[in-house]
Design a protein around this ligand. Structure first.
Ligand SMILES: C[S@@+](CC[C@H](N)C(=O)[O-])C[C@H]1O[C@@H](n2cnc3c(N)ncnc32)[C@H](O)[C@@H]1O
Length: 228
């Protein structure tokens, strides 16, 4: 991982920094798994579920706790992140690990559901976001759902400057060193888009309109469903 953004901190520091950065981060994995577990396809026993960009394993730990029957595939291109996830989940059965991007996985109709938490934001909107989303849509079966969580670009709210100040305050209160630098760093190496652009991209990729399920300042979560 590069050092351009605090979302891309060295793997060992990732878990602490991400909690200091994102209000509600510790609930995200629990919510993502609960949403998918309540979906028609992944809700079924022994469902096959993809954790795309598993990082240090937050969603995997939660999936194991809530749905020990799920057959999990955990992928991430970053060896250091995968190594931490594997260590945290040592002894956990039913996880297929692969060091790969979703695009490299090339899976077709293989999963009943998927999660991609804080992944799309790091891809440029130069065809890379669409390639990622299209690969994700092909990987899940028709009707399968994906929980997508990302840093979004704010869309002209009159409260925006208050939101930014609140975010800095949150980070300071969480003990983050140099929150001003951290917030400035968010604009480097990350490519947030607005809801209208996200809707266009997920539609082009083969999903239905994104349904909002989470929002904390500019971090938002959506449920996508692959069109039949
Ligand atoms: C900010 S971390 C999020 C990790 C975890 N999902 C979480 O919520 O803590 C983003 C992860 O996505 C991975 N990643 C980046 N591009 C990817 C891609 N195209 N396919 C799959 N994973 C990717 C990165 O290596 C990184 O580990």
């Amino acid at each position: 991982m590069t050092e351009a953004s605090p979302f891309r901190s060295e793997a060992p520091a990732y878990d602490l920094v991400v909690q200091q950065l994102i209000p509600g981060y510790t609930s995200l994995a629990r919510l993502a798994v609960a949403l998918l577990a309540a979906s028609p396809r992944a809700g079924q026993a022994d469902a096959a579920v993809l954790v795309a960009g598993c990082g240090t394993g937050a969603e995997l730990l939660e999936a194991r706790a809530q749905r020990p029957d799920w057959r999990l595939t955990a992928i991430d291109p970053a060896a250091a992140m995968l190594a931490i996830a594997r260590e945290r989940l040592v002894g956990a059965a039913g996880i297929h690990w692969q060091q790969a991007t979703v695009e490299q996985l090339g899976a077709l109709d293989a999963f009943d559901g998927a999660m991609a938490v804080l992944v799309l934001q790091s891809l440029a909107d130069d065809g890379s976001k669409l390639a990622f989303l299209s690969s994700l849509a092909r990987a899940v079966r028709p009707g399968g759902q994906v929980v997508l969580v990302d840093l979004m670009r704010p869309e002209g709210s009159p409260l925006q400057s208050q939101m930014e100040a609140a975010w800095l305050g949150y980070q300071r209160a969480s003990g983050l060193a140099a929150p001003d630098e951290a917030l400035a760093g968010l604009s480097q190496g990350l490519f947030p888009i607005g809801t209208a652009r996200l809707t266009a991209l997920v539609n082009a990729a083969g999903f239905s309109d994104p349904a909002p399920v989470f929002k904390a300042l500019d971090v938002e979560g959506f449920l996508l469903q692959r069109r039949a």
